[in-house]
Design a protein around this ligand. Structure first.
Ligand SMILES: Nc1ncnc2c1ncn2[C@@H]1O[C@H](COP(=O)(O)OP(=O)(O)OP(=O)(O)O)[C@@H](O)[C@H]1O
Length: 263
């Protein structure tokens, strides 16, 4: 479903500010894989997501989504294959538009832009049904401005909107990091539910080790632009936070990110 082949990315090459963000990254995700990504500061986690989304062009290597080489495809064209939720609850939704207007826009993602929202009765009913899944009562607030929602409600809505057009790959970029623990738990729960129900292929960056172990069927750890650990299935299930910390301590000079939460 997703394939990164020998992807390299260096920022400011041959200068004093040179940063090797990705060094020969090879990664293959099968249909329905839910992979959590952890790593040290500057390990390259966001750069991996940006490369898949087309925000960053790799220097060398290729990106394939659903068997198609998208390496040089512009990000807005790739948007129909890629759903993404960011850390900032403000990033995924438009605060001055209503819930239903936001959803109508999300539905048009990857299609020709137009200003008309075209919200019919049938569409409104469908949006309400989609929102019911979240169990937050948002289905009764379709005409409320999104700016009035809490951070957790906005992230839940962003998650729903990101998965609207059945993306080939869902990218979650520390999407619970800015939420308080209770809301983070709620959004984590919703993430599991949405990903399972829609059988989405998902890559989730998190700085929370407990969360990285709790969700998904596979976990990768990055350090200095490389994937240094890749565990799945029973091996992942058997792992605890202390095992991840032990992995970090085995790497010379590596320290867990200073934002790391153990659970
Ligand atoms: N747009 C950019 N311009 C210059 N350097 C960048 C850019 N984006 C990332 N880098 C550098 O590339 C390296 C990898 O950064 P990246 O943001 O992918 O790491 P990360 O694993 O997401 O880190 P963190 O957990 O600290 O957010 C770092 O050295 C970073 O400084």
């Amino acid at each position: 479903m997703l394939r990164l082949n020998n992807v390299n990315k260096t920022f400011f090459p041959n200068s004093i500010n040179e940063r090797i963000a990705l060094a020969d990254v090879n990664l293959e995700l099968d249909n329905g894989d839910f992979v959590t990504v952890i790593g040290s500061n500057g390990a390259g986690k966001s750069t991996v997501l940006n490369t898949i989304a087309g925000k960053i062009n790799p220097d060398t290597g290729t990106v394939e989504i659903a068997g198609r080489n998208v390496t040089r495809m512009k990000d807005f064209k790739r948007a129909k294959y890629v759903g993404r939720v960011f850390q900032d609850p403000m990033a995924g939704t438009a605060p001055d538009l209503t819930i239903e207007q936001n959803m109508a826009l999300a539905e048009r993602r990857g299609m020709r832009r137009g200003l008309a929202f075209g919200i019919t009765k049938a569409k409104r009913r469908r949006f309400a049904e989609e929102l019911e899944v979240l169990e937050l009562g948002l289905e009764r607030r379709l005409s409320a401005k999104v700016g009035l929602l809490s951070g957790g409600q906005r992230q839940a809505l962003s998650l729903l909107m990101a998965t609207f057009s059945k993306p080939k790959i869902l990218l979650l970029d520390e999407h619970t990091a800015a939420l308080d623990p209770e809301r983070a738990r709620l959004v984590t729960h919703l993430t599991k539910k949405v990903v399972e129900e829609q059988e989405l292929t998902t890559l989730m960056v998190t700085h929370n080790m407990g969360q990285a172990l709790e969700v998904g069927n596979r976990l990768i750890m990055m350090h200095e632009g490389r994937i240094i650990l890749d565990v799945s299935g029973a091996e992942k299930e058997a792992m605890g936070v202390e095992d991840l910390l032990a992995q970090f301590s085995r790497i010379k000079d590596a320290a867990v990110s200073d934002r790391t939460l153990l659970q």
